[in-house]
Ligand binder design. Structure first.
Ligand SMILES: C[S@@+](CC[C@H](N)C(=O)[O-])C[C@H]1O[C@@H](n2cnc3c(N)ncnc32)[C@H](O)[C@@H]1O
Length: 419
């Protein structure tokens, strides 16, 4: 039943593996695979964990993968879900499933090899991912405005977690708090919990639905914007598995990527601590106030109310896909004072040619120039600080990239308006 091929590899193979990977890591990962196979995981697609230059640790296969192949099928019993963590949850204070999983990681990690999950815990990276909200308050204070805006939620979520974790598991574990919170943030998968459990107690202990889980081995897949995957719980012979199907093909030994979602680079950086140059979903975002100021729009109450009432002030961005739906509407509100026309155009997405050819082109050029200047200022502010933390250095790298991206968009938008 068990697949033990990986522990009886020959001497040459062993030597090769060692030279590519620190021995201790190799042993940890072998133990993880052994533990999973004892829990009925069959590595049918012959996956192996490897170090890659571009991404760090990730997954490849010893055989080629064709589109629609099942990459991995992890038995639900090996997942860390609400069912596992609820036993150790005190009923005094309700927590989110994110907080519950993070506290579980901390408590189990402190048990060391005595933990039933020690193989999984040892496979987790020791370093905390470079999430921008983990920088120092002084660095965060010097972040660009869109960062500060995007950082608000993770910062307040973490502050909430900190308070509850100190109260429920004790502040002696505090050094592990950022690590555990970030592990869940960057590695948890979504599950339809109702499918595997009929537990109705979750609402007594949890604030939200128990729809997050940690999935050993599967959480070693890195993200790529071109990867297409389907994931979810499936039932085979009355047992549940978390299954991942790749819609792309991969050659033997090539890194296999999955998709964490069609995220732009700011979202990837905020949620996972990395960004990918050339990401086709990347965007340059704007706030309504920036647009009104930079384009000298003085909207009357009617137009301003129209934008706010219909939530057109969200998702204002430029990217490889062009001008976002809402940004076009906001720009059109600067083009016309006629409310009837604004209403009609906004909901039909069909704009006058003069607006598209002349006005829109002029506005996007101004906005991109403004963004370029802001990036330069933002870089200056951050790099003027002494001794940046790794998280803030990562933000600096991203702003440097954003500058290049803005330049690239300027060329693309310029070319598009000429053609
Ligand atoms: C689910 S884990 C993936 C496995 C992880 N590389 C590991 O060694 O455990 C998600 C984390 O992997 C890293 N990651 C994922 N995709 C990446 C990519 N395309 N480039 C760089 N880092 C990536 C980020 O640190 C992210 O927070």
């Amino acid at each position: 039943m068990q697949n033990r091929n990986y522990i009886i590899m020959g001497r040459t193979k062993r030597k090769r593996a060692r030279s590519k990977y620190p021995r201790i890591l190799n042993e940890t990962l072998i133990r993880l695979q052994l533990w999973l196979s004892e829990n009925n995981w069959k590595n049918e697609s012959k996956l192996k964990i490897k170090l890659f230059n571009e991404t760090g640790r990730g997954i490849a296969s010893k055989k080629s993968i064709t589109p629609n192949d099942i990459l991995i099928s992890i038995p639900a019993s090996s997942l860390i879900t609400f069912a596992q963590v609820k036993i150790s949850l005190p009923s005094a204070t309700k927590v989110t499933i994110h907080e519950a999983l993070a506290m579980f990681l901390i408590v189990e990690k402190m048990k060391g090899v005595k933990s039933l999950w020690s193989e999984y815990l040892q496979s987790l990276p020791e370093e905390v991912p470079l999430l921008p909200w983990l920088a120092t308050p002084e660095e965060i204070d010097s972040y660009p405005a869109d960062f500060k805006l995007a950082i608000d939620r993770p910062l307040s979520d973490y502050a909430c977690f900190l308070k509850k974790a100190c109260q429920l598991i004790g502040d002696v574990y505090e050094p592990l708090f950022p690590w555990a919170f970030a592990m869940v943030n960057t590695r948890a998968v979504y599950i339809d919990h109702d499918r595997v459990s009929t537990d109705s107690n979750s609402n007594l202990l949890l604030i939200d639905k128990p729809s997050m889980a940690l999935c050993p081995f599967l959480d070693m897949f890195n993200h790529h914007y071109l990867a297409k995957t389907e994931a979810g719980l499936v039932e085979h012979d009355k047992k549940f598995y978390y299954e991942l199907k790749s819609l792309n093909g991969y050659s033997k030994n090539e890194q296999i990527f999955i998709s964490y979602g069609p995220h732009d680079n700011l979202k990837l950086l905020m949620e996972y601590g990395f960004f990918i140059p050339g990401n086709v979903y990347d965007t340059v975002r704007f706030r309504l106030e920036e647009i009104l100021k930079e384009l000298n729009f003085s909207l009357d109450d009617n137009r301003y109310k129209f934008i706010k009432d219909h939530n057109f002030h969200h998702n204002l961005h430029l990217g490889y896909a062009g001008v976002s739906y809402n940004l076009k509407i906001v720009l059109f509100s600067g083009y016309t004072e006629d409310m009837k026309q604004l209403n009609m155009v906004a909901f039909s997405d069909s704009y006058p040619e003069d607006f598209l050819i002349n006005y829109l082109t002029k506005c996007t050029a101004i906005l991109l120039n403004y963004k370029k200047n802001s990036c330069l200022k933002e870089l200056n502010t951050l790099t003027n600080l002494n001794q940046l933390s790794n998280c803030a250095r990562n933000v600096v790298e991203y702003i440097r990239y954003r500058l290049l991206f803005v330049e690239e968009l300027k060329v693309i938008f310029n070319k598009n308006c000429k053609s």
